[in-house]
Design a protein around this ligand. Structure first.
Ligand SMILES: N[C@@H](CCC(=O)N[C@@H](CS)C(=O)NCC(=O)O)C(=O)O
Length: 362
C-alpha cells in the first residue's frame, strides 16, 4: 500500500505537501478532500476539517505540512530539504515561517478580491466532484464563504489592501531578481524555505487565474520557479550552494519578513503569555485576540494564531543552539539584515508543543 495524501488543488498547504512529496520521491496517492472524505476520514481521524492530511502506508495519520515533511525527512537518509550548514539552514527555517504564516495575507487578498467567482467553482469541484457545474457553484459558494470570511480577520480591508499589494509586488520583484540567478532559494535543490513559500505562491497566487496573470506579468522568473516546484522533473536532485553561501538577493526578502512579520509575532508572544497566565488549564485557541501589524507604513489588525509562534520556535531553537564560529557567522549575516534584532532578541511567550493535532503549553 502507498501513502495517501488527502488534499485539494486549490488548497494552500496541500501545494506545500505535494511539492515536498514529489521532490522527495515519496510513493503516494493524492485523494481529493471531497465532502465525503472530510466526513468519513478527516474529521473522525483529526478531529476537525483541515487539509492536507497524510495517512501513511502503516496507517499513521500526520497533519500539518511541517510534521508531514519531518515525518519523511526523519525516516530517510537521502538528500534533505534542510540544509546542513548554519546560515542556509536558518534562512530556510525563517522563510518557511514567512511563507506559511505571513504570505497567507496576500494569498487570501488576491484570491478573494480578484478570483472570487472562479474559486467558488473550485470549492464546489473539490467538495462534490460528481455534481453538475451548477450544483458545484452553489456548494462552492457555501463552502467558500467560510474561507472568504477569514479576510477581514487577517487584516485585509480597504485601508490595508493598497499596502498589501505594494508589499506583494515588491516581494515579487525581489524574488524575480533572485530566481533569475538561482533555480531555488539556496541553489539547485529546494529547501524547507522554498516549501514555505510555495504554499501561498502556488495555489492562490499562481493557480488562481487573475493572480497567475499578475505573477507571470510582473515576475516571470517567480512563475518559472513555481513551475519547477510543482512539476518536479528529477526527485532528490540538486545541491545547496557551496560554503554555506547565502545569496545577497535573499537579504531583502528576509528583511521584509523581519520588518513586517517579526514585530507582529513579538506582539503575539506577549498576548499568548497573558492568555496563558489567565487560562492555565484551557485548551489553546486558534487565536488569542487581534493585534496590530504594519505593512508598508499602513497599520491593520489581525488575529494572532499561537500556531505561528510554534512555527517560529523552529528557527529560534536552531539559532540559539548555535555556538562558536557558527554563531559568529550567523550573527554576522543577521547583523547585515535590517530589523533582524527583533529575531535575535525575541522575547519568548510560553513554550508550545504540537502533538496529536493540537497545540499545548510545553
Ligand atoms: N499549518 C497547517 C495548516 C493547514 C491549513 O490551514 N489548511 C487549510 C486549507 S489549505 C484548512 O484546511 N483550513 C481550514 C481551517 O483551518 O479551518 C499546515 O501546514 O498543514
Amino acid at each position: 500500500m502507498t501513502h495517501k495524501l488527502y488534499g485539494a488543488p486549490l488548497s494552500l498547504y496541500s501545494g506545500k505537501a505535494r511539492a515536498y512529496l514529489d521532490w522527495k520521491g515519496v510513493d503516494y496517492e493524492e485523494i481529493l478532500s471531497s465532502a465525503d472524505v472530510y466526513r468519513d476520514i478527516i474529521v473522525p481521524k483529526v478531529g476537525r476539517p483541515i487539509i492536507p492530511v497524510m495517512e501513511t502506508a502503516d496507517g499513521e495519520i500526520v497533519q500539518d505540512t511541517t510534521c508531514i515533511i519531518d515525518h519523511f525527512e526523519s525516516g530517510s537518509e537521502g538528500p534533505s530539504v534542510y540544509p546542513d550548514t548554519p546560515k542556509q539552514r536558518l534562512i530556510a527555517l525563517l522563510l518557511e515561517v514567512f511563507g506559511d504564516e505571513w504570505l497567507v495575507i496576500p494569498a487570501m487578498h488576491y484570491r478573494w478580491n480578484y478570483n472570487e467567482e472562479w474559486v467558488y467553482g473550485e470549492f464546489g469541484a473539490a467538495s462534490a466532484p460528481e455534481a453538475s457545474k451548477q450544483e458545484q457553484l452553489a456548494i462552492g459558494r457555501e463552502r467558500g464563504a467560510n474561507f472568504k470570511g477569514f479576510c477581514p480577520i487577517l487584516g485585509i480591508n480597504p485601508q490595508t489592501i493598497p499596502a498589501i499589494e505594494a508589499s506583494y509586488e515588491a516581494l515579487l520583484a525581489e524574488l524575480n531578481i533572485h530566481f533569475t540567478a538561482h533555480d531555488y532559494l539556496l541553489g539547485s535543490r529546494p529547501s524547507i524555505g522554498d516549501l514555505g513559500l510555495i504554499g501561498p505562491l502556488y495555489a492562490h497566487l499562481y493557480r488562481d487565474p487573475a493572480s497567475g496573470e499578475i505573477m507571470k506579468r510582473l515576475a516571470p522568473q517567480v512563475a518559472r520557479w513555481v513551475e519547477r516546484m510543482v512539476d518536479v522533473k528529477t526527485p532528490l536532485s540538486g545541491e545547496f550552494l557551496a560554503d554555506d553561501y547565502v545569496p545577497e538577493t535573499l537579504i531583502p526578502i528576509v528583511e521584509r519578513m523581519m520588518n513586517e512579520q517579526m514585530p507582529f509575532l513579538q506582539t503575539s508572544a506577549g498576548m499568548l503569555s497573558l492568555w496563558a497566565e489567565a487560562n492555565p488549564d484551557a485548551e489553546i485557541p486558534r487565536a488569542v485576540g487581534m493585534a496590530e501589524f504594519e505593512i508598508e507604513g499602513v497599520s491593520g489588525q489581525r488575529i494572532t494564531p499561537p500556531f505561528s509562534l510554534w512555527m517560529l520556535q523552529r528557527p529560534l531553537d536552531f539559532y540559539r543552539a548555535l555556538t562558536g564560529e557558527n554563531r559568529v557567522a550567523v550573527d554576522e549575516m543577521l547583523n547585515s539584515i535590517a530589523h533582524s534584532d527583533g529575531f535575535q532578541n525575541f522575547k519568548d511567550g510560553p513554550r508550545l508543543r504540537f502533538e496529536e493535532f493540537k497545540l499545548t503549553l510545553a
